[in-house]
Design a protein around this ligand. Structure first.
Ligand code: ZN
Length: 363
């Protein structure tokens, strides 16, 4: 589920990037004593995912793994026979269930015979993710109601075929929860949970070190994808996402953020502000589009992205469009009515000029 980040690039000049690109790119970098960083390549437009190693009492915990591919396996093998030889790994911590982060968790846990640390919803989201060769009627209905062309429905199966990129998950896991501590870390690392990009996304925060390992909850240059999923069609994830961002803006401004993609940075508060304005402008844009016409979600995506999108990106863009539409719907700014083909058409019922609903006020 990889490039789960499709938002517009949003460069924020106020951010500082104290660590340059590693050279070579897959080198293991010491961030501070007890925290290492590895930039693992991905075969996508988003060409890497960040892996971190965190030292605890009895060894190291690997934070996210990269997807399962011969190249990722080879990089891990080189690390274990090189810079990590003689080191003990005591667990695998996965921030969330997307395949670029969790793809090799099962393989590493099996090879190292160590537990997987994950939140309940992320573990079971992955365990329950359907592998499909045919769309169930519920999924057909979801896409058709969004205005997706019937003759292209088979393209949507791409979201259900990740078996080549993920090793089998371990049959058990150690549950991570908000406010809990990373096992064996002596209280140095606390679990923080965010939501919106995935259901129960775990981060690691060390007040003592002034470091947040943010996964995809806070990225420096791209906005994480916030989507309504076909598996949960009446979800409204944007409120949770914005509320999660606000929590992060409360961290000390000099907190070093170690993100899932991009370079480590300082300036979490500024980044949160930029992401808020990104979503605000997308919401305003939708209100304007739906005031002028009564489009379907698919027609809105075509208007926002006039050049044809690759199939996978089209799914993400549609999911993200639906997330913003749902936010406006539950806040009473839009109405949705099915046409005679059952396609939902969205209409603005209050002027965009009246301002947007406050984040977190939706039901
Ligand atoms: Zn990611």
């Amino acid at each position: 589920m990889d490039i789960v980040e499709t938002g517009l690039p949003a460069t924020v000049p106020e951010l500082t990037f104290p660590y340059p690109l590693p050279q070579p790119e897959t080198a293991l970098v010491d961030i501070v004593p007890g925290v290492k960083w590895l930039r693992m390549p991905l075969p996508y437009a988003l060409d890497h995912v960040n892996i971190y190693l965190v030292q605890v009492d009895s060894g190291w915990v690997i934070v996210d793994t990269g997807l399962d591919s011969p190249r990722s396996r080879a990089i891990w093998a080189e690390l274990f026979s090189g810079p990590l030889s003689g080191e003990t790994v005591v667990g695998i911590f996965c921030t969330h269930f997307h395949v670029d982060h969790v793809g090799l968790a099962g393989h590493l846990a099996e090879q190292l015979r160590v537990p997987l640390f994950m939140t309940y919803e992320e573990y079971f989201s992955l365990r329950g993710w359907p592998a499909l060769t045919e769309l169930p009627w519920q999924y057909r209905e979801f896409f058709l109601q969004a205005g997706f062309p019937e003759e292209r429905l088979s393209e949507t199966l791409i979201m259900f075929d990740f078996s080549d990129e993920i090793s089998p998950l371990p049959p058990s896991f150690i549950r991570m929860q908000e406010g809990g501590l990373l096992p064996a870390s002596g209280g140095a690392w606390q679990i923080m949970i965010g939501s919106g990009h995935s259901p129960e996304h775990a981060m690691l925060y060390s007040a003592e070190k002034g470091i947040l390992i943010s996964g995809d909850q806070l990225l420096p240059r791209i906005s994480s994808n916030v989507s309504v999923s076909v598996v949960n069609p009446l979800d409204e994830p944007l409120s949770c996402w914005l509320a999660s961002l606000d929590r992060l803006s409360g961290l000390p401004e000099d907190t070093l953020v170690l993100p899932g993609h991009g370079l480590p940075f300082r300036g979490a508060g500024k980044r949160v502000e930029a992401l808020h304005s990104h979503h605000d402008s997308r919401l305003r844009n939708l209100l304007e589009i739906c005031a002028a016409q009564q489009p379907s979600a698919f027609e809105i995506v075509q208007e926002l992205y006039p050049a044809p999108l690759p199939v996978f990106d089209l799914q993400l863009a549609l999911g993200e469009c639906l997330a913003h539409l749902r936010y406006l719907l539950v806040n009473g700014r839009l109405a949705a009515t099915p046409d005679d083909r059952g396609v939902y058409r969205y209409r603005t019922i209050a002027s965009a000029a009246e301002g947007l609903p406050e984040p977190g006020k939706s039901s």
